[in-house]
Design a protein around this ligand. Structure first.
Ligand SMILES: *[C@@H]1O[C@H](CO)[C@@H](O)[C@H](O)[C@H]1NC(C)=O
Ligand SMILES: *[C@@H]1O[C@H](CO)[C@@H](O)[C@H](O)[C@H]1NC(C)=O
Ligand SMILES: *[C@@H]1O[C@H](CO)[C@@H](O)[C@H](O)[C@H]1NC(C)=O
Ligand SMILES: *[C@@H]1O[C@H](CO)[C@@H](O)[C@H](O)[C@H]1NC(C)=O
Ligand SMILES: *[C@@H]1O[C@H](CO)[C@@H](O)[C@H](O)[C@H]1NC(C)=O
Length: 260
């Protein structure tokens, strides 16, 4: 009876110790996410409780890369990292890493509006050809949606461009890049201002691209100009030479003599 009771108590104790040892180290982050667009700076903090072994040090990472000078060999369990300016450069996935056995970490997301910018703000193409308009995005998170619009002349109205509805347009998207193909270019229809817009969970941002369409003839003008110039020049020389012909021989001899 006594032995049984002792056994039970022992078992309970072992179980309790086991449970204690198994209690995972936990990290409380503050804030959990930064997504307020009015916020211009932030202080991220991590609080480690129940470390599995003494803390040998810590460091912070940004998008998987260790942040310069964020490493420390102090055994602090509460650590902070300051982001002085929140923008698309500093946005991303932050992690605090505590050097215990094993290492433990926790992540904090810093989210901003997408930063959308046209690859080229002005694009030229020839009539009947294809124009390629490109916008790229940086920041975190990247856009989950891209849209294209054609703007009216005074830019007060915008018409959505839908992929593949007519053969004219084709859109290709990746999270950080959108490409609009405008095919079979027409001077009157397709010339003008285009807008690309990227949207993430925080909001939208856009940029504009001016498309200029040259007539096929216009592309030939510089060449025709040179041809015309050459023809005129040859004609002038030809006429001039013909006119001088009678006294050409004399002139030639005189020049030779005077030269020597
Ligand atoms: C940001 O600031 C504007 C005005 O200053 C306010 O109306 C808006 O609610 C604020 N947004 C957030 C998310 O706090
Ligand atoms: C860290 O977390 C522990 C346990 O939740 C709490 O007692 C302590 O006050 C926290 N430390 C800081 C600096 O917030
Ligand atoms: C955080 O921990 C997870 C799981 O242990 C690991 O896969 C990841 O690489 C760690 N991240 C960093 C920045 O150390
Ligand atoms: C647009 O249509 C083409 C051809 O149907 C397709 O390959 C492409 O993925 C589509 N793009 C988008 C953004 O849906
Ligand atoms: C877009 O992402 C791809 C793959 O993730 C990367 O190779 C490329 O450099 C990125 N482009 C830009 C403009 O950031």
């Amino acid at each position: 009876m006594r032995r049984k009771l002792f056994g039970v108590i022992l078992a309970v104790c072992i179980g309790w110790f086991k449970a204690e040892a198994l209690t995972d180290a936990a990290i409380t982050t503050k804030p959990e996410v930064v997504n307020d667009q009015n916020q211009t700076s932030a202080t991220l903090s991590c609080n480690l409780t129940n470390p599995s072994s003494p803390i040998k040090g810590y460091y912070w990472t940004h998008n998987g890369k260790t942040i310069d000078k964020s490493e420390s060999t102090t055994g602090k369990a509460f650590i902070e990292h300051e982001i002085k300016k929140i923008d698309y450069h500093s946005a991303g996935l932050y992690a605090c890493v505590f050097q215990t056995e094993p290492e433990v970490n926790a992540t904090i997301e810093v989210k901003v509006l997408p930063h959308v910018v046209a690859y080229k703000h002005s694009e030229n193409a020839n009539e009947k050809d294809k124009a390629v308009l490109i916008c790229v995005s940086h920041g975190y998170p990247l856009p989950t949606d891209w849209s294209w619009y054609k703007l009216s002349e005074d830019e007060s109205e915008k018409t959505p461009i839908v992929n593949g509805t007519i053969d004219k347009y084709e859109i290709k998207n990746t999270p950080n890049k959108t490409t609009l193909y405008v095919k079979d270019l027409d001077i009157n229809e397709d010339m003008g201002m285009y807008q690309c817009q990227g949207t993430n969970e925080i909001g939208s941002a856009s940029d504009k691209i001016q498309l200029r369409v040259r007539s096929q003839l216009a592309a030939l003008w510089p060449f025709l100009g040179i041809v015309a110039e050459v023809i005129i020049l040859i004609t002038i020389i030809f006429i001039y030479e013909k006119r001088r012909k009678p006294d050409e021989i004399n002139d030639g001899i005189n020049r030779k003599i005077s030269f020597y």
